[in-house]
Write a protein that binds this ligand. Sequence first.
Ligand code: SAH
Length: 350
Amino acid sequence: MEDCLLGYSLPELEVWLKEQGEKAFRAKQLYGWLQKGADFDEMRNLPATFRDKLKETERAQGVSIIKTLRSEKDGTEKYLFSLHDGNVVEGVLMRYHYGNTLCISSQVGCRMGCAFCASTLEGRVRDLTPGEMLGEVVTVNALHSEGDKRGVTNIVMMGSGEPLDNYDNVIKFLKLVSAPEGLNISLRNISVSTCGLCDRMDELAQLKLPITLSISLHATTDEARQKIMPVAKKYSVSRLLKACRDYVDIVGRRIVFEYALIEGVNTSLEDADRLADLLRGLLCHVNLIPLNDVKERNLSAPSQKGIEAFQKRLEERGISVTRRREMGADIEGACGQLRRKHLETEGQKP
Ligand code: SAH
């Protein structure tokens, strides 16, 4: 198989094992172990000969955790996952009163080139497979689950990578992670964030998945957006808003707009007014993110006062808006930061 065994659904495993001349009930046993994050050696109720045979040609799991950082302030944990080919990606677990939200990566690096994002500095190295994305969830879930209590209850695809640039694998991952016989994490508890690949958004709408779609908008005019997000040269703001309106019409779920506040770039009250005009009448919510400074690019967040004024103006204009809680700031919480640090200290080209 191309992917690790975790990347296969139960029916797929059943078919595959049958082809190998194995008994059908082995598939359920194997699947159960895989979903617990186990490697072949831990699968004690499987015959050693069977395990040895699998080991020769297959990998069980997609990732392993090689480093964990824990925030003393809020319990946020950041993980560095290693992939079988030596690449690394990162994930962040945020603890809330309602459960644990895991932020996962969908690609090694990213080719979208956003000016403020640490994940894109070296371009895209490769896509993650469905089994690797599920591996991020399975390993962290195994660390934190207790009895019937899930270790991971919510997922946001906001780590490194552009999920809709790895579309087929992401859709398969969503099916796997929500499978009732597997982790059974409801699609309603999963957010997929995109910089706005409109053609893929149109395609995604047709699937009518009850996920939350997040759009990284970050600017209100084509000129301003093109300066910080190369994808804006391909899709105009009006094309993007059309894709959003169509999406809401078809799927019937509200869209979340991410808006990173970058001093001197998109934080004026005129920007707030334009944003309110753009979103008028659309079923949506705005999430304001004070920029995590990227020193390489000389970009920073506005003052507290500036952030508050921007938020207040949106509220006055009737827009549903919240400011994202900053978590794990003491442990390189922002996208791509930990991986970059790892590459730097390993002496590789960051
Ligand atoms: N490629 C996807 C998902 C990954 S990034 C996307 O573009 O949506 C997740 C969110 O973090 C996006 O909204 C992204 O724009 C934002 N982000 C990236 N770098 C940031 C930074 N330095 N400060 C604040 N937000 C950032």
